[in-house]
Design a protein around this ligand. Structure first.
Ligand code: NAD
Length: 485
């Protein structure tokens, strides 16, 4: 084997190897940058046993002490921020600006936020009048679920993993993290941080490897009390079947096919810039990204021309070069998937306003996974390109005539994660937003998050909500105690 770094699992407070590995590839140039040692079944079983054992220490530790340790995790992550930034860029090819301003700071913020919030995770109290004329006191106490399996995707690797790990651990659960096989590097750094700050052995475990092997084994393992998953809807269906026998609680954040609606009374400049951001950020690889845009017929041509100009100005290139907005997609496999949708759009009769191919650099980047931002028009709502999640820098723009029509068309999908509404009419914003069958609506903005607010989707986009108290509720078990007075 070469001198490249080998990323390993972290189980029961030790970094351990199976000796079987696969390559970690940089999507900028297709070069192998590390080897990922894949956890064996025996290692997964050891992780479960260690996590269970850690319940005696971590689960019973006073919440103040536990949360102080999680603040130390955040402190150490901040000290090692540059390593996290470099690792995330190497795995994903994301732009430096995005990693520096979103991915890594949000990873740290997740620990601080939930460490603070969990200290106020109080139970409920009721005085109950009883049939004999006296009273009873009902009160609830929150206990950890026990061992939580966290399965995370590649698109916002550290941000989305810590969005689950932080509340789960703050509530006293032991965690076993299975990050995406495409992006294990920041998870590996996080394991080092947990070790450095003295998180008790077994309270945080990392198992590396592919979803079909390691992920599947984690979901079906006895001794794992709950699964929290972010990823594709198809994977969610498989996980649901896998946990069914043991009736484990699940939290699912799944795929999306999100719309933006631009009304004739929108601020056109704001709307064009906003939709460019919501369609092309992270090369369209954010579950919340817009893939369908409905624009009122009165401003349709102006909007299409404006968005085309925005797309054509986006700088594509090396993640760390000045002004670069789009690096490559996460992998050549994903590049082929997105390209197959560009070809499907052709077959379905779309007009390509811009894009549709792969940019050429005449250097090593031609071996990478780059792709052009693409704008389509001319397809019906039932075209596959308008129904299936593509997860690339592409949107289709359709004209609409009136409010009721556009609401029905936005809701005509099996997904239900997010929508963006662009209008300067306050009444319209309030009238339209709650009629959309999604978990999140943004008005005149996109991807503006308050960590206390509920986050999640309906239909094929997920089960349950994350964020603030919603996360604490999922990661704790309220036990009601009734005392006759
Ligand atoms: P994916 O479902 O392929 O993989 C996600 C994780 O699941 C990975 O860790 C993978 O190894 C694991 N996995 C795969 N098969 C498994 C199995 N059989 N059992 C257990 N684990 C398994 O998703 P992805 O390609 O990494 O991420 C992109 C998808 O995630 C998109 O559909 C996107 O919309 C969705 N996503 C949703 C949200 C949200 O909040 N709703 C956020 C980000 C991404």
């Amino acid at each position: 084997m070469s001198e490249l770094p080998v990323l390993t699992s972290y189980i029961g407070g030790k970094f351990v190897t199976s000796g079987v590995s696969f390559d970690n590839v940089n999507p900028v140039n297709g070069q192998v940058i590390a080897h990922i040692d894949e956890a064996s079944l025996e290692m997964i079983n050891t992780a479960v046993a260690s996590a269970r054992q850690a319940q005696d220490t971590w689960g019973k530790m006073p919440v103040k002490q536990r949360c102080a340790l999680l603040h130390k995790v955040a402190d150490r992550m901040a000290e090692r921020e540059q390593e996290f930034i470099d690792a995330e860029i190497a795995d994903t090819g994301k732009s430096l600006h995005q990693v520096q301003t979103i991915d890594i700071p949000r990873g740290t913020a997740n620990f601080r936020f939930f460490a603070d919030l969990a200290q106020f995770n109080s139970g409920e109290t009721f005085i109950t009048e009883t049939p004999d004329g006296s009273k009873a006191l009902n009160y609830s106490v929150n206990k950890p679920l026990g061992v939580v399996g966290v399965i995370s995707p590649w698109n916002l690797p550290l941000l989305l993993a810590t969005w689950k790990i932080a509340p789960a651990m703050a509530c006293g659960n032991s965690v076993i993290l299975k990050p995406s096989e495409e992006t294990s590097s920041t998870a590996f750094l996080l394991a080092q941080v947990m070790d450095e700050v003295g998180i008790p052995a077994g309270a945080f475990n990392l198992i590396l490897g592919r979803g079909s092997a390691v992920g599947d084994a984690l979901t079906s393992a006895e001794g794992v009390d709950a699964i929290t998953f972010t990823g594709a809807s198809a994977t969610g269906k498989r996980i649901m079947k896998s946990v069914a026998d043991q009736v484990k609680p699940i939290s699912f954040e799944l795929g999306g096919k999100n719309s933006a609606i631009v009304f004739a009374d929108a601020d056109l400049t704001k709307a064009i810039k906003g939709v460019a951001r919501s369609s092309f950020t992270n090369c369209g690889q954010v579950c919340l990204c817009t893939e369908k845009v409905y624009v009122h017929r009165a401003i349709f041509d102006l909007f299409v021309e404006g968005l085309k100009q925005e797309a054509n100005q986006l700088k594509i290139g090396y993640p760390c070069d000045d002004g670069v907005f789009m690096g490559p997609l996460v992998s050549s496999t994903h590049q082929q998937k997105v390209l197959s949708y560009y070809r499907l759009a052709e077959d379905e009769g779309a007009t390509f306003v811009t894009g549709g191919g792969v940019p050429r650099f005449n250097d090593e980047r031609d071996n990478g996974a780059f792709i052009e931002p693409t704008i389509l028009t001319g397809l019906s709502d039932t075209a596959r390109v308008n129904q299936e999640e593509i997860f690339g820098p592409v949107c289709h723009i359709s004209p609409f005539e009136d409010e009721d029509e556009v609401i029905a068309r936005v809701n005509n999908t099996q997904y239900g994660l997010a929508a963006a509404v662009w209008t300067e009419n306050l009444s319209r914003a309030h009238r339209v937003s709650p009629q959309l069958d999604v978990g999140l609506v943004w008005v005149n903005t996109w991807f503006l998050r308050d960590l206390r607010a509920p986050f999640g989707g309906v239909k094929l986009s997920g089960i349950g909500r994350e964020g603030g108290q919603h996360s604490l509720a999922f990661y704790s078990e309220p036990i009601n105690i009734c005392i006759k007075i």
